[in-house]
Design a protein around this ligand. Structure first.
Ligand SMILES: Nc1nc2c(ncn2[C@@H]2O[C@H](COP(=O)(O)OP(=O)(O)OP(=O)(O)O)[C@@H](O)[C@H]2O)c(=O)[nH]1
Ligand SMILES: [Mg+2]
Ligand SMILES: [Zn+2]
Length: 267
């Protein structure tokens, strides 16, 4: 979805795709493991969309519950595919006062663009509308976070089906089932995607992952060993920064868990 194609028009109005010119970039993830299809331990690459400017990484305050590890994986995926990530924290109407703006402040401090939205109060929707002008934007995130609901507010012609969130599992019901591109005007495109269980970046090394966790990357230059994995080594600047609460524990934990997924691929 999002490919620019050259095609020949037949007399009956149908077309034949002649050529797909080189993609500017494309957003991809590790394909889920399907029993009997991929060999054990081998994960394929799954392309989500092509020629993307912004990847809107949508999470919700609650229903489903906010999960920072999921957000971090989406950010690494977006950045490693050379798209610009924008964080959308949706369902802000459900925010409990005591939680305040912890995550908003954390990711803003890290340098990300963060938009707080609610499709009930319309908070943040105008901000998204102005950002997407003359760009191609893809919306990704777990099922039920409100991707289709947000798109519906961007343009009434979109009219995507919206599903409820299971009370028991606190998860969406996979309402959107295919990737769909909407043309809003000559140069503005938005893409809705089905919520997926796991979004893991494809084809990265430990060094790549470290690079995308900016604060860990900067601090790690002061580790005693340049091969430091920031787990058990002495004089690890990253562990020290976590103890001193300079790096939030949540980000460190998320980083280690993402690095662990590299090991899972090896056997
Ligand atoms: N309270 C609240 N509920 C919302 C908000 N946005 C969406 N919802 C509800 O969340 C549920 C899921 O919304 P969808 O837009 O279908 O979510 P989705 O991310 O497109 O889900 P999939 O298509 O399954 O990936 C629906 O019941 C919406 O009404 C919001 O800002 N606040
Ligand atoms: Mg949807
Ligand atoms: Zn270290």
């Amino acid at each position: 979805m999002g490919d620019i194609v050259e095609f020949e028009m037949n007399d009956d109005g149908t077309g034949v795709i002649e050529k797909i010119p080189e993609r500017k970039n494309y957003l991809s993830r590790k394909a889920p493991v399907i029993k009997g299809v991929s060999e054990k331990g081998r994960r394929f690459e799954q392309i989500i969309a092509a020629n993307i400017d912004y990847t809107f990484c949508v999470v919700s305050v609650d229903k489903p519950k906010f999960n920072n590890r999921t957000l971090d994986r989406m950010l690494v995926t977006a950045e490693s595919c050379e798209t610009i990530p924008v964080i959308v924290i949706n369902k802000y109407d459900l925010l409990k006062k005591k939680k305040r703006d912890f995550w908003y402040e954390l990711y803003t401090t890290l340098g990300y663009k963060v938009i707080r939205t609610s499709t009930i109060t319309s908070q943040g929707i105008e901000e998204i509308k102005s950002l997407i002008q003359n760009k191609t934007s893809v919306f990704i995130g777990h099922s039920g976070v409100g991707k289709s609901s947000i798109l519906n507010l961007l343009d009434p012609r979109i009219n995507q089906k919206v599903g409820d969130v299971s009370e028991i599992w606190n998860k969406g019901r996979h309402t959107t089932v295919t990737v769909r591109l909407f043309k809003l005007n000559e140069n503005t495109f938005v893409i809705d995607t089905p919520g997926v269980k796991e979004i893991e970046p494809y084809g990265l090394t430990r060094e790549d992952i470290t690079h995308f966790y900016k604060e860990i990357s900067i601090v790690s230059r002061k580790c005693k060993f340049n091969t430091c994995t920031h787990t058990h080594e002495p004089d690890c600047a990253v562990k020290k920064a976590v103890e001193d609460e300079i790096i939030p524990y949540e980000r460190y934990d998320s980083y280690l868990r993402l690095v662990e997924t590299l090991e899972e691929d090896k056997y």
